[in-house]
Write a protein that binds this ligand. Structure first.
Ligand SMILES: Cc1cc2nc3c(=O)[nH]c(=O)nc-3n(C[C@H](O)[C@H](O)[C@H](O)COP(=O)(O)OP(=O)(O)OC[C@H]3O[C@@H](n4cnc5c(N)ncnc54)[C@H](O)[C@@H]3O)c2cc1C
Ligand code: FES
Length: 259
């Protein structure tokens, strides 16, 4: 669906990270965890391509986005105010996080990879799953919105690279401790590629299925331009898939990280 939705809240949650909430009952009703929106981000050269942003949370008829203010597009979007209209295509992506029917899951997020997993956590808790989370960030300025998880009753273990919040080091340290303590039904991850690669390796080592959300630069967002292809592998070798229409969530074992 493509429509102009009304902004109901816009604020900065960290010096470089914005939160935007829009009233979008049609999308809120049907979107699944891991799906994303393609958002129009202003005029000029930026009118040509939309920006892909994960649907970060769903509260009633509202959708929340959490995004890094990086370049012109996200700067424009972060400047929106309550009452403004934003042109959004959503929900997009057919590869979503597939939750198990029961058991305990671990969510492993790094940096702005927190965005899609808040919605995932909402759905998992509503389904009655036991959820724990490990979160990694560079430093304290990159630790935000964890209260959203705590409000859902999810314990969060934090690791920062400089040790300013939680343990010092990478998110894989608390993840490995959690895996040593108890075998989860699944691991669900989003973050930078090196982190996803390490998470998939750990999951394999501990024999736990893992799903990861991938990112590529996108143009059309709907599988038409082939601008977002990624290499995946199976027993028959390697193939190309569109991150936008086949993903953005893939099974850990099918992602080809070395290319
Ligand atoms: C499916 C999907 C979901 C996403 N969800 C989120 C989200 O929830 N929150 C969030 O902050 N970001 C998310 N992103 C990334 C986001 O789309 C980009 O940060 C955004 O498009 C940048 O737009 P811009 O106009 O600010 O920057 P631009 O001026 O377009 O780019 C600025 C710089 O950012 C880098 N960059 C831009 N896009 C990407 C990308 N896709 N991958 C790697 N580097 C990039 C490049 O180095 C570029 O030079 C997602 C991307 C995908 C594909
Ligand atoms: S962005 Fe066009 S095919 Fe994925």
């Amino acid at each position: 669906m493509k429509k102009e939705f009304t902004v109901v809240e816009a604020r900065m949650v960290a010096p470089h990270v914005a939160s935007l909430t829009v009233l979008a009952p049609e999308v809120a009703e049907i979107c699944k965890p891991g799906q994303f929106a393609h958002v129009y981000c202003g005029g000029g050269v930026y009118s040509l391509t939309r920006r892909p942003l994960s649907i970060s949370k769903v509260e009633g008829d509202k959708l929340g986005f959490l995004f890094h203010v990086k370049g012109e597009g996200t700067k424009w979007l972060a400047d929106r105010k309550q009452g403004d209209l934003v042109d959004i295509m959503a929900p997009l992506g057919s590869g979503c996080y597939e939750l198990p029917e029961n058991g305990n899951i671990i969510i492993a997020a790094g940096g702005i990879g927190l965005a899609p997993v808040i919605h995932l956590a909402q759905v998992a808790v509503a389904k009655g799953l036991t959820v724990s989370m490990v979160f990694g960030a560079r430093d304290k300025d990159n630790v935000y919105c964890l209260e959203e998880l705590e409000r859902l009753g999810i314990p969060v273990q934090v690791a920062t690279e400089d040790g300013s919040v939680g343990g010092r080091g990478f998110v894989t340290a608390p993840l490995e401790r959690a895996l040593q303590a108890e075998k989860p039904t699944g691991i669900f991850s989003c973050g930078p590629v090196p982190m996803l690669k390490a998470v998939v390796k750990l999951a394999k080592q501990y024999g736990v299925p893992v799903q990861v959300s991938m990112e590529e630069r996108m143009a059309c967002g709907v599988g038409a331009c082939k601008g977002c292809v990624t290499t995946v592998k199976d027993a028959n070798g390697t193939h190309y898939k569109n991150v936008c229409s086949d993903g953005p969530v893939f099974k850990g074992e099918e992602v080809f990280f070395d290319e």
